[in-house]
Structures are given as structure tokens and as C-alpha cells.
Design a protein. Structure first.
Length: 208
């Protein structure tokens, strides 16, 4: 059951610029969207299962938010996760070029166990269907128990470097460069073994 939202006086949100750290850009966008909807910090925190202090740190750019947290916040605010990367510029581009040096590293559920996430598309008003990431695994030994993920929608993987065994439910798939895997994200999945890290692959996650 959703928490009842009460009306608040309008408070101007701080502008977002491309020179701000990515955590601050995301935090200010979240705060701006929350205020536009007259939602209190307490109400949004309850809705997304965070403490008021945790959400305050996110809005003030003090912490990096996992993809799962951003997804929950986006759902509560009725926006796409990619909208958190939008700057304050009024232009509404219909295409976005992301240079290698401009990729935005973000925290994900697997960040603490050797995974890195780079967002490959952000800030587009029409970016609704999927979120593309460049994934990298640097660890030499995989603990399947710690590499188990589940999320709404579907996911598509395309292997770029290295080889790995990838588990989806009870099935194990051996993947090498050029191989791809498309699956239901609501079923537990994740790498179960790696061969010759670093492992690099593209991950496209749909937004249902």
C-alpha cells in the first residue's frame, strides 16, 4: 500500500549542472522530482524502504546509490531511472553520444564483490525501454551465493572479453566473446564461474 502524500509548500530545487559530481547530479534530480510532486522526505523514504537519513544522503550527493535503489526511487516518483542523470539544460536531445571518457561509473549490487558498472546512455527524455551498462568483473574466483541477482523486466548480455559461466535459475550457460544471453530478470541469475578475468560484457536491462 502506498503512503498517502500530503501537500507541501513549493521549495526551489538546486540546479543540476554537468560539472557537478555524478552523485550530486543524481541527488539533486531526485530532490527536484520529489518536490515537484509535493512528497516529503519521510514519505519517499518509507515508500522506497530507506531511512530518512539514507535518503537525505542520496539527495545531498553524499553516497553512491546502487542501481536497485535508484530503480525503487524512480518507480516511487513515476519516472525512469535514466531521468536522474538529466542536467538542468532546457534542450531536449533526441540522441546522446557518450564518449569513452564520459561514461558514468555507478554503484551496483555487485560493486562490493568485484563488479563495476558504467552507464552508457543517460539524460534522454525518451529513454524508457531499457538501461544499457558496460559491466566488468575483475575477481578471479566467483562466489555464486554472492552473485545472485533478481529484478523486474528482462536482461540481455553480450560478451566482450573473457569467459564465464552464467547461471539463470537451474541452468548454467558458458559464455565467451561474441556470445549473448537474453533472460527473464525475475528469476535468480548471475555469474557462477569466471575464466581469465577481466570479464567485460554489455548488459541491457528493460524497464517494465
Amino acid at each position: 500500500m502506498r503512503t498517502r502524500m500530503t501537500k507541501l509548500p513549493k521549495v526551489p530545487a538546486l540546479p543540476v549542472t554537468e560539472t557537478d559530481p555524478i552523485e550530486l547530479q543524481i541527488g539533486r534530480r531526485i530532490r527536484a522530482l520529489r518536490l515537484e510532486r509535493d512528497i516529503t522526505l519521510d514519505q519517499l523514504a518509507i515508500e522506497v524502504k530507506l531511512t530518512k537519513g539514507q535518503l537525505s544522503k542520496i539527495e545531498n550527493g553524499k553516497v553512491s546509490s546502487p542501481v536497485s535503489t535508484l530503480t525503487r526511487i524512480a518507480a516511487a516518483l513515476s519516472v525512469e531511472p535514466g531521468s536522474f542523470f538529466q542536467s538542468a539544460h532546457p534542450a531536449q536531445p533526441r540522441a546522446a553520444l557518450v564518449r569513452r571518457a564520459e561514461r558514468k561509473s555507478i554503484a551496483g549490487r555487485g560493486s562490493k564483490i568485484g563488479h563495476s558498472y558504467e552507464s552508457l546512455a543517460f539524460g534522454l527524455p525518451f529513454q524508457k525501454d531499457f538501461e544499457p551498462y558496460l559491466m566488468r568483473i575483475d575477481e578471479k574466483v566467483i562466489d555464486p551465493a554472492k552473485n545472485s541477482f533478481r529484478h523486474p523486466g528482462h536482461e540481455f548480455l553480450f560478451m566482450l572479453k573473457g569467459k564465464m559461466d552464467y547461471r539463470h535459475g537451474e541452468q548454467i550457460y558458458h559464455l565467451g566473446p561474441g556470445d549473448s544471453l537474453f533472460f527473464d530478470g525475475t528469476i535468480e541469475h548471475g555469474p557462477s564461474a569466471v575464466y581469465g578475468p577481466p570479464i567485460e560484457f554489455l548488459s541491457l536491462i528493460s524497464n517494465p
